[in-house]
Design a protein around this ligand. Structure first.
Ligand code: NAP
Length: 248
């Protein structure tokens, strides 16, 4: 129970990697705010499951690309628990198209939800963490940020932006007891990769050293370590979780 007494905000936690991370951090003793945008039933059920297992959680609807909504979410955690120790910037979407056919709305939507959200959430929590002299921030980037991916110029730009933002912030807050790290998953079995065409899936599987896609729990386990007190000397790090696909 290494996170006992701590409070974690997890964006996009109703399903996929965010859901697995909420379960993992709750299992380590953290009280978790389960943020969602559309998955109200799943987020509510997840909070109920955590409480049934002896933990503490509640679900909270907020569009994380909306500044007011993000402020309201942080305030809700403070009202309930009086502190925020951990922020996991997990919410994200894709809107794929080759650059020549990528519409400006698709570009902007992905930048707003995948990158501006990280700026807004980090800006909202860092004063709280600074005042406490402790904090852990982990943001979910992607292998696409490092290796690029056909049809994902918008997504790769947003996910690469997360890395630059996080490393700069890591330097700004390093002496306040706050670490800021990044995980960069390869293909993980969630709704997001359900639409990957069969040919692309087959090509990826032969390129991934371990020979399979990852599971949300395998990303959550790495996040749990990075937000633990034991990861106190790791900041500004990009941890790839990709089954040995790209070895930078
Ligand atoms: P997912 O199952 O599609 O989940 C996406 C999550 O983001 C959902 O919980 C969704 O919430 C939330 N979300 C989307 N827009 C939001 C908004 N405006 N405000 C709040 N929440 C919002 O995908 P996933 O695979 O778990 O993705 C989680 C993160 O991992 C994303 O950042 C993704 O880019 C990244 N990632 C995934 C993979 C992969 O292969 N799966 C690889 C690399 C990186 P609602 O359902 O409530 O709308």
């Amino acid at each position: 129970m290494e996170l006992q007494g701590q409070v974690a905000i997890i964006t996009g936690a109703g399903r996929g990697i965010g859901r697995a991370t909420a379960l993992e951090l709750a299992a380590a003793g953290a009280r978790v705010l389960i943020n969602y945008q559309h998955s109200a039933a799943a987020a509510t059920q997840l909070a109920a499951d955590i409480i049934a297992n002896g933990g503490d959680a509640f679900s909270y609807q907020a569009n994380v690309s909306d500044e007011q909504a993000v402020q309201g979410m942080m305030q809700a955690a403070l009202d309930r628990w009086g502190r925020i120790d951990i922020l996991i910037n997990n919410a994200g979407i894709t809107a794929d198209a080759p650059l020549a056919r990528l519409r400006p709305e698709q570009w902007q939507q992905v930048l707003d939800i995948d990158l501006t959200s990280v700026f807004l959430c980090c800006r909202a929590v860092t004063p709280i963490m600074r005042a406490a002299g402790y904090g852990r921030i982990v943001s979910v980037s992607s292998l696409a940020a490092l290796a690029g991916n056909v049809g994902q110029t918008n997504y790769a730009a947003a996910k690469a932006g997360i890395i630059g933002l996080s490393r700069s912030l890591a330097r700004e807050v390093a002496r306040d007891g706050i670490t800021v790290n990044i995980v960069a998953p390869g293909y993980i079995e969630t709704d997001m990769v359900e639409t990957v065409p069969e040919a692309l899936r087959a090509w990826a599987l032969q390129a991934i050293a371990i020979g399979r896609f990852g599971y949300p729990e395998e990303v959550a386990a790495a996040i749990r370590f990075l937000v633990s007190p034991r990861a106190s000397y790791i900041t500004g790090h990009v941890l790839t979780i990709d089954g040995g696909w790209v070895m930078p």
